[in-house]
Write a protein that binds this ligand. Structure first.
Ligand code: SAM
Ligand code: SF4
Length: 323
């Protein structure tokens, strides 16, 4: 499915919940208000939207949140999504805290890859960033995931230029370590983003042999590098200093069923209104969903406006949008 600028839209990020078992400072620190449970899409509602999206050419799904593993239905949803004709990959983004208990189910359900968010391996810093999280569990999640033979990536929001500890994962394990520039969404506005170009310069000083890796690693905008002797790669997701809007391939479904076409703006369409309409049969709902998705995608904005923060119209938190 093409948008109004001719971009192929084939990827949806689905936020399962705005709830989380951590309280990351840039995402949902202590004290944020949560939406009432009945406002959050149920598993069958998500699957119906996914079936409509797949009919339109969406073939890659990322499950995110909030923390997706706090939703009981996460494992069965993976299985359900994988069985939809046209859906080729289903991957998950998690903080890893609950991953061990779910890994086998996710693997049996056909999960194609897991991203684990880990900003530092230092226990104190991790506790401070995540509002009390135990870094040992996130680190264990990375190892367990790799041992299970699942394609594993580490996502680190770049909070400073010294990230040597995270690079060691890519040295010793077949994982991609990706640095994400903090975006001015929700509490992210309160942080000054670390420029990924400076991060790369700092890494190059320690590893002068670092070279661009042009192989395809997934469906996202990360730019990858390889360091001689490393088993994994190092990636950079640079929404601010490496704007990638011209090749954007994605839409987002919030936990409340709103289809967002750009992280930066409120533009989109309410799909929950259709899936919860008691007057409509399931086939009619699906047709209406397809029409609504197609219309929203046609109006997808050309580019984000993070460089002009006054123009940002999105006021929700990253956790409810689905970062
Ligand atoms: N709880 C899961 C996790 O942490 O991976 C999934 C949801 S979380 C919102 C998804 C990703 O968004 C995480 O890697 C997180 O670090 C990132 N994130 C949250 N707020 C952000 C912000 N303001 N800018 C950039 N990335 C952000
Ligand atoms: Fe939770 Fe992920 Fe947000 Fe951290 S980044 S508070 S783990 S949703």
């Amino acid at each position: 499915m093409k948008d109004g600028y001719g971009r192929e839209i084939n990827y949806i990020r689905i936020s399962l919940t705005d709830r989380c078992n951590l309280r990351c400072a840039y995402c949902m620190p202590e004290g944020v208000e949560l939406v009432p449970r009945e406002e959050i899409l149920r598993e069958q509602e998500i699957l119906l939207i996914a079936r409509a999206a797949a009919d339109l050419g969406i073939c890659h799904v990322k499950i995110t949140g909030g923390e997706p593993l706090v939703r009981r239905c996460c494992d069965s949803l993976v299985r359900g999504l994988k069985s939809i004709p046209g859906i080729r990959t289903v991957t998950l983004t998690t903080n890893g805290i609950l991953l061990k208990e779910h890994l086998q189910e996710l693997k049996d359900g056909g999960i194609d890859g897991i991203n684990i968010s880990l900003d530092t391996t230092d226990p104190e810093r991790y506790r401070a960033i995540t509002g009390g999280g135990d870094v040992a569990r996130a680190v264990e999640a990375v190892h367990t995931c790799v041992e299970a033979g699942i394609r594993t990536k580490i996502n680190a929001v770049a909070m400073r230029e010294d990230n040597g500890d995270l690079l060691l994962f890519a040295r010793d394990l077949p994982v991609d370590v990706r640095f994400i520039e903090i975006m001015p969404i929700g509490f992210g506005k309160q942080f000054r983003p670390v420029d990924n170009r400076r991060l790369l310069d700092a890494i190059r000083r320690d590893y002068p042999g670092i070279v661009r890796d042009n192989t395809k690693h997934g469906n996202g905008p990360a730019v990858y590098y390889r360091i001689p002797g490393f088993r994994g790669s190092v990636g950079f997701i640079s929404a601010l200093h490496g704007k990638f809007c011209s090749s954007c391939n994605r839409v987002r479904l919030t936990s409340m069923g709103y289809l967002k076409t750009c992280l930066c703006y409120e533009d989109g369409t309410d799909l929950r209104k259709i899936v919860r309409d008691p007057e409509l049969s399931e086939p009619v709902k699906k047709e209406q969903l397809k029409r609504a998705i197609r219309e929203a995608v046609l109006k997808k904005p050309e580019a984000h406006c993070f460089d002009a923060p006054g123009a940002i119209t999105e006021n929700h938190l990253m956790a409810s949008i689905g970062g």
